[in-house]
Design a protein around this ligand. Sequence first.
Ligand code: GDP
Ligand code: MG
Length: 238
Amino acid sequence: MYRNYTISVCLPCRSEARHLRKIIQAIPSFVDEIIVISNASTDDSVAIARAAGSVALEDNRTVGGIGYGFAHMTGIAAAHGDIIVGLDADGTYPVEDLAAILDYMLDGNLDFVSCARLSRSRMPFKLRLGIVLLNTETRVLYGTHITDILSGMWVFARSVRGQLALDQGGWDLSPQIKIAAATNPNVRFAEYQIAQKPRYGATHQRYFRTGFLHARWILANRLRGRQPSLTAQDDAVG
Ligand SMILES: Nc1nc2c(ncn2[C@@H]2O[C@H](COP(=O)(O)OP(=O)(O)O)[C@@H](O)[C@H]2O)c(=O)[nH]1
Ligand SMILES: [Mg+2]
C-alpha cells in the first residue's frame, strides 16, 4: 500500500532464475502483490519466484519465439492492485525509485507513467539510435511525443487497464502500451526519467530484427487506424 493505493508489480520472465531472488528482494516493501509471469523458461524461474514469495504464473504462448507481450498481458489481467507496475525481470529498471515515480503519478493526477531512459542512461549506441528513430516514427504517425518508445518499465492505474486494448504477444507490446496510453484522450499520460542499470545475465534481444519489426508494427497499427477501446470499463483507482 502506498498513499492508500494498493500496488501490483508484474515481472515478465524468461529464464531469469539466477537473479530473480535478488530482483524480487529489491522491490519496496509497500508493494502488495508481486507477479512473476514466466514465458517458456528453461530454468527453475517459476519455482524460485514462488519460493521468493511472489505469485508465479506461466504463459508459454509465443509469436515468432517471443512471449514478452503474452507475459505482460497475463500479469496485467491478473493484477489486483489499484496501481499496476510492469518491468523487466533482469535488474535494469530502478524499482527502488518506485515511491518517487508513484509520487509523480499521484501528485500529477496521471493515469499512466512510462519510465524513459534516454536522458539518464548509458546504453548501446545501436539501441539508442533505434529508439530515437522509432520515437520519431511515432511522433510523425501519431502526433505524440514519447522520448522512450521502448522502455520496459511503466506504472498505471488499474482503472485504465480496459482502455489499453493490448493484443501484442511479442516485443511489440512495449510500443503498443505506450501508444495506446498516450493517444487515448481518457488516459492522462506522461514520462518519468529514470536511469537504466546494467543487465543481470544476457539479453534475449536481437536489436536490428526487433527494431525493424517495431517500425513495421508502429506503421501498420497506424494504418489500421485502431482506436483504443473506449467501451471496456474498469473500476476506478482508489
Ligand atoms: N526474451 C524474452 N524475454 C522474455 C520473453 N518473455 C518474457 N521475457 C522477459 O522479458 C524481459 C525483457 O527481455 P530482455 O531480454 O531483458 O530484453 P531487453 O530488455 O530488450 O534486453 C526480461 O525480463 C525477460 O526475462 C520472451 O519471449 N523472450
Ligand atoms: Mg531487459
